[in-house]
Ligand binder design. Sequence first.
Ligand SMILES: [Zn+2]
Length: 45
Amino acid sequence: MHVDPYDPGDPMYECFDCGHRVDGGYQGRCPECSGGVRNIAVSRE
Ligand SMILES: [Zn+2]
């Protein structure tokens, strides 16, 4: 069984500007710098 550090069912977002990561289904803007965030959970390699 492969153990992954990320839960594939848990959305994770990363700030475009400062790289701050937010999880738990957060949507909106970065709490650190108010920048835009992108979903990084869909593009795992
Ligand atoms: Zn930020």
